[in-house]
Design a binder for this molecule. Structure first.
Ligand code: PEP
Length: 233
């Protein structure tokens, strides 16, 4: 299983360091073989004394240059970061990233050998129209994306379930992941208000290969509890 934590705009450099130290201790103590990935804020990147995989929440599709406020490949290389989130709904819907920009990022970071967690998800009004509308919407989010890229992981994250406390039902997740699986060979994650209380039922869904967790990952105890539950499955 893949268990990924998206810190978004939370945690400082100091608290990230403490989090990773505690997490590293927990993973060793319990001999966890799940793949755990942490996406801290950029300011918290460091050369941590751990094997835990660190990823970038976002980066611009350049090695370096004049792109105020962005970071590029050079800054990620400094910390050995080779995993990136692309297409997260907050970047699509709040920061205004278009499919064109997203596909440029995908091309650049795949060419540079990154593991890419590629996020897709439909807004509420599309979900309300039924599964056909949902799939039509989701497939459009693969425009100019190489679904056969060998370091691809796809995260299905319904927009209406992210950070809202609303989780898609097991039936909705199961149906959507099954339909994605028809065309996508890559591991499939679910994200959207995953927490201690629901991770077990989500991880037992047939085509679910892991979870991308926001809010419930920010507190070390809750994140470790979710990893413990995953271990029992
Ligand atoms: C996310 O940011 O990818 C996410 C799933 O957030 P949350 O768990 O808070 O819904």
């Amino acid at each position: 299983m893949i268990i990924a934590a998206n810190f978004k705009t939370n945690h400082t450099r100091k608290s990230t360091k403490e989090f990773i130290k505690e997490l590293d201790y927990f993973l060793r103590l319990h001999d966890i073989d799940d793949t755990v990935v942490i996406f801290p804020p950029n300011t918290a990147y460091d050369n941590f004394d751990t094997d835990i995989k660190l990823g970038a929440q976002n980066a611009y599709h350049v090695e370096k240059g004049s792109f105020t406020g962005e970071i590029g490949l050079e800054q990620l290389n400094e910390f050995g970061i080779k995993t990136i989130l692309i297409g997260h709904s907050e970047r699509r819907h709040i920061l205004g990233e278009t499919q064109e920009l997203i596909s440029k990022k995908f091309k650049f970071f795949s060419k540079n050998g990154f593991e890419i967690i590629y996020c897709i998800g439909e807004p509420k009004e599309i979900r309300e129209q039924g599964i056909e509308a949902v799939m039509e919407y989701l497939w459009k989010q693969f425009d100019n994306i190489d679904i056969n890229y060998d370091r691809l992981i796809v995260a299905y994250e319904p927009v209406w379930a992210i950070g809202t406390g609303l989780t898609a039902t097991v039936t909705q997740i199961d149906e959507t992941l099954n339909l994605l699986r028809d065309r996508i060979k890559a591991p499939l994650l679910y994200g959207g208000s995953v927490k201690v209380a629901n991770i077990k039922e989500i991880l037992t869904i047939r085509n679910c290969n892991g979870v991308l967790v926001g809010t419930a990952s920010w507190e070390i105890k809750s994140f470790c509890d979710m990893i413990s539950i995953s271990k029992t499955l």
